[in-house]
Ligand binder design. Structure first.
Ligand SMILES: Cc1ncc(COP(=O)(O)O)c(C=O)c1O
Length: 452
């Protein structure tokens, strides 16, 4: 048989690389891969329990509802649904967005909203509109691991401000802003995931929210509030989003349907002041002309049913139980020196291990036990976070979560034992059975709130 004209190459050879090396743009030198994307290839193996992704459980969406919604679109608006749409998105989609934001107390002007290809594209478009190489961009430490590749690809100077149990340390932010001012630099924006943060699971306190917005207003700085998880609350009191506190003058808001409906539809949005919107729209035209018409029709259909909040509440119930299963498993299987956050919502727990454990090395060992997590370093630009990890509790069921945490606990125990053998430290750090522990012991907040 003759060879097919184009065979798939397994790997780029060194001569391939040489051939293209001179062609790459300068920015590719600092581009970074998303840790979660890399891990997805490994975790696709069915035997691997992945606590690494940030995947909502889409099996909770009733297939018959999906079929009925798509059938209605096919029967009533096939030609329109298969056509290009406006760059800003359809007005009907924007109306759904206004409804979602209204559920958290926000009242955006529909004219300020652009529908994007996921919240991820909104981050990209905001950077495209605002960031030149070398510009300072401020974010939390740790920050959303998927934002780092975006900041890097626009060659931003990313400055990370420490987080504790109350979110971003505003006193540290003020020090940093002072320093930048002395250097004659004005950061392009302060990026924050204030509610059920990815990756740390922490929520910014009301006092810090107010201070952050006040700082932005007095210094005339932009905040980019990224809020995919605000409606996934499993306990505690709802707090006003930064956008609500500010009214939209200095806060650019990013939202998404990914966690309240489906990430596969790739629908998110940004709300910006009009002058920024003008540039964002131009950037989006260049990127992809418009967001998928078909999936915007799907959202419209879903919202027309009037049950979108019920669906969010039903998945929230499931995730609450999974979060509780993860916290109980951590208590049972992680060593006494480990600590972790107890999120009131969202999809993630952030665990911190003894400083001599490098979670990137630990991941290699964990994968041999068929379990995965995101090493903490993925959430920092500067190599910090080596002894921490992000654990997801939305994708798998409670049994998988327990088993996944048990396997990670086992490889941690091996590391702890090895360290003890090498240093002579007593093995008191090994996990103790649940029955020997006081209730709540080990569960410490993600560094207690200090200062502001
Ligand atoms: C904080 C944050 N921002 C943005 C995104 C991107 O979401 P999407 O592009 O699916 O809307 C995610 C996804 O996990 C996220 O956690």
């Amino acid at each position: 048989m003759p060879e097919p004209p184009h065979r798939r190459r397994a790997h780029a050879s060194s001569s391939d690389l040489e051939r293209y090396a001179g062609l790459f743009a300068e920015r590719t030198r600092v581009m970074r891969s998303s840790a979660m994307r890399d891990l997805m290839a490994v975790t696709a193996r069915p035997e691997v329990i992945s606590l690494a992704g940030g995947l909502p459980d889409t099996s909770t969406f009733p297939p018959q509802t999906f079929a009925a919604q798509m059938t209605r679109i096919a029967q009533e608006s096939a030609a329109e649904a298969l056509q290009y749409g406006p760059t800003e998105g359809f007005r009907e989609t924007v109306d759904c967005i206004v409804e979602v934001m209204g559920a958290e107390g926000m009242l955006p002007d529909p004219e300020d909203v652009i529908v994007t290809t996921g919240g991820q594209q909104a981050i990209d478009l905001v950077c495209k509109a605002l960031v030149d190489p070398g510009d300072a961009v401020i974010c939390e430490a740790p920050t959303y691991p998927g934002a780092i590749p975006v900041f890097c690809s626009y060659q931003a100077d990313t400055i990370q401000i420490e987080c504790d149990a109350e979110g971003m340390r505003i006193d540290e932010l003020e020090d940093t802003l002072e320093r930048l001012e002395i250097e004659g630099r004005r950061p392009k924006f302060i990026y924050s995931v204030p509610t059920f943060q990815n990756p740390a699971g922490v929520t910014m306190s009301l006092e810090r929210r107010r201070r952050l917005v006040e700082i932005a207003r007095t210094r005339e700085l932009l905040i980019v509030e990224d809020n995919p998880y605000g409606l996934l609350r499993y306990g505690g009191e709802a707090l006003p989003p930064l956008y609500q506190l500010d009214g939209g003058d200095f806060v650019i808001y990013i939202g998404t349907f990914s966690k309240i409906l489906s990430p596969g539809i790739r629908l998110g949005w940004a709300v910006t002041p009009p002058p920024v919107m003008e540039k964002v729209v131009l950037g989006k035209q260049a990127s992809d002309l418009c967001t998928s018409t078909l999936t915007q029709y799907f959202v419209r259909e879903h919202f027309a049913g009037g049950h979108w909040r019920e669906y969010v509440e039903s998945v929230g119930e499931i995730y609450r139980e999974r979060r509780d299963a993860m916290l109980a498993a951590l208590e049972r299987y992680f060593p006494a020196q480990a600590s972790w956050t107890e999120p009131e919502g969202g999809l993630f727990v952030w665990a911190t291990l003894p400083p001599y454990i490098d979670t990137s090395d630990l991941l290699a060992k964990a994968l041999r036990e068929d379990v995965a997590f995101v090493p903490g370093q993925a959430a920092y630009v500067d190599g910090r976070g080596r002894n921490s990890m992000r654990l997801n509790f939305s994708a798998g069921d409670e049994e998988e979560i327990r088993e996944g945490i048990r396997r990670i606990g086992k490889v941690i125990a091996e590391q702890v034992g090895l360290y003890g053998a090498l240093t002579g430290e007593p093995p008191a750090v090994a996990p103790r059975p649940q029955s020997q522990r006081a209730e709540g012991e080990n569960v410490v907040p993600f560094r207690k709130a200090e200062g502001a």
